[in-house]
Design a protein around this ligand. Structure first.
Ligand SMILES: [Zn+2]
Length: 162
């Protein structure tokens, strides 16, 4: 008789899941450093089946000058958010975001939240809270699992100094 022991590691998985979430979120923060935007740098990663299937940071569309702000320091209206860049990058790839997790360094806005829902993203893990919660509220309302993790581990999330 052979007892086929299936390794039930749900507890271990549960604990390491948080560690993995932090790791991806930290990677998203590092990815945000690619952004040439001065006011704010945001990074996003889309993970599915333990694979990063897309990435993004806030910036202008392909072919535009790598400047996010106008002469007054105001963000240009055609700047894409990190989430939008990650999702639209997926639209051009062979990957599929159905059931994936999005890691983003800032709370998603309502426009990005619409894209997240329509892209079939199941879970959103974000690091920075924002005074407006309409994006988060929309995600929650549509059944997307939303998780907030603080990245306050001694590293400053963004250097706002000029
Ligand atoms: Zn957004």
């Amino acid at each position: 008789m052979k007892a086929h022991s299936s390794t039930s590691s749900s507890l271990v998985e549960g604990r390491s899941k948080v560690a993995v979430d932090y790791r991806y979120l930290r990677m998203a923060r590092i990815w945000a450093e690619n952004s040439y935007c001065k006011r704010r740098q945001v990074g996003a990663l889309v993970v599915k089946d333990k694979m990063i299937i897309s990435d993004g940071y806030n910036g202008t569309p392909s072919g535009f000058e790598n400047v996010c702000e106008d002469d007054m320091g105001v963000t240009k209206p055609y700047v894409l958010h990190a989430e939008a860049n990650a999702i639209t990058k997926l639209a051009r790839s062979g990957n599929n975001s159905e059931g994936s997790t999005l890691y983003v360094t800032a709370s998603p806005c309502i426009e990005c939240s619409k894209l997240i829902i329509q892209a079939g993203i199941r879970r959103v893990v974000y690091a920075e809270k924002y005074r407006l919660t309409d994006g988060i509220d929309l995600l929650t309302r549509s059944g997307v699992e939303v998780e907030y993790l603080s990245l306050e581990d001694g590293c400053s999330s963004s250097s706002k100094s000029l």
